[in-house]
Ligand binder design. Structure first.
Ligand SMILES: *[C@@H]1O[C@H](CO)[C@@H](O)[C@H](O)[C@H]1NC(C)=O
Length: 218
């Protein structure tokens, strides 16, 4: 009996190893669209050497095999328009990727205190917050009209460390380029914008400015 089970397990392992190989080979595709900055590329894509690419760390698979346009997968979040900041065009998003038990995101650093670079007071409560608390702002789609205000999310870094943080604010993915948003362009749609306490708890170097993490509802 034990031998049979072992055999079945081995067969399954070998079968799945082979069936994953072709997938892995195509996992990182290139959109080839010309770009100069991060913001020139659609939602989940990043600019590498002048071309819009799937984000290798976030592992998006939105690109076609070189046609230059991302393929909208079922339910994928599409840009709702463009916002000009000076002569720079920025994509706007009312939606974010679906929330899963391990939602991929970009962690950025925010100053939630009065006079900080976060711009105005927090969207949830109209208050400023102490950066020594583990708190976050979420992209507009994830903020979901405030439904996650006061909720606790669990953020996990690539180094295996995790932290629970409270949602207090929106990282506005639609509006920007004005005083209320500290003259910053709209957020991308996959941002967890954390206080310094979040970065510290995860043991991350704040000088990096942006790191890939996963999060879920705690
Ligand atoms: C923020 O919280 C820390 C720890 O609780 C405290 O020492 C500090 O004085 C607070 N800062 C402000 C500006 O309230």
């Amino acid at each position: 009996m034990a031998n049979t089970l072992l055999f079945v397990c081995l067969s399954l392992t070998i079968t799945s190893a082979f069936s994953f190989l072709p997938f892995a080979a195509h996992a990182i595709s290139s959109c080839n669209g010309a770009c100069r900055t991060l913001n020139d590329c659609a939602g989940q894509l990043i600019c590498i050497n002048g071309k819009c690419n799937d984000d290798p760390d976030v592992g998006t698979h939105l690109c076609s095999g070189g046609g230059g346009q991302p393929i909208p997968s079922n339910g994928a979040c599409q840009s709702s328009g463009n916002l000009m900041c000076g002569d720079q065009s920025h994509k706007q998003y009312k939606c974010s990727p679906p929330v899963t038990p391990s939602t991929r995101a970009r962690l950025t650093l925010n100053d939630f205190s009065r006079g900080g670079d976060g711009g105005g007071a927090s969207e949830c409560d109209g208050q400023y917050h102490n950066n020594s608390s583990p708190i976050v702002a979420l992209s507009t789609g994830w903020y979901n009209h405030g439904s996650r205000c006061g909720k606790i999310i669990r953020i996990t870094a690539n180094n295996g460390r995790s932290v629970n943080a409270k949602v207090v604010d929106e990282c506005d993915s639609v509006n920007g380029c004005d005083k209320e948003h500290a003259n910053q362009p709209p957020c991308r749609n996959n941002i967890v914008d954390g206080s310094s306490a979040v970065w510290d708890a995860l043991g991350l170097n704040k000088d990096l400015g942006i790191v890939y993490v996963t999060w879920s509802m705690a």
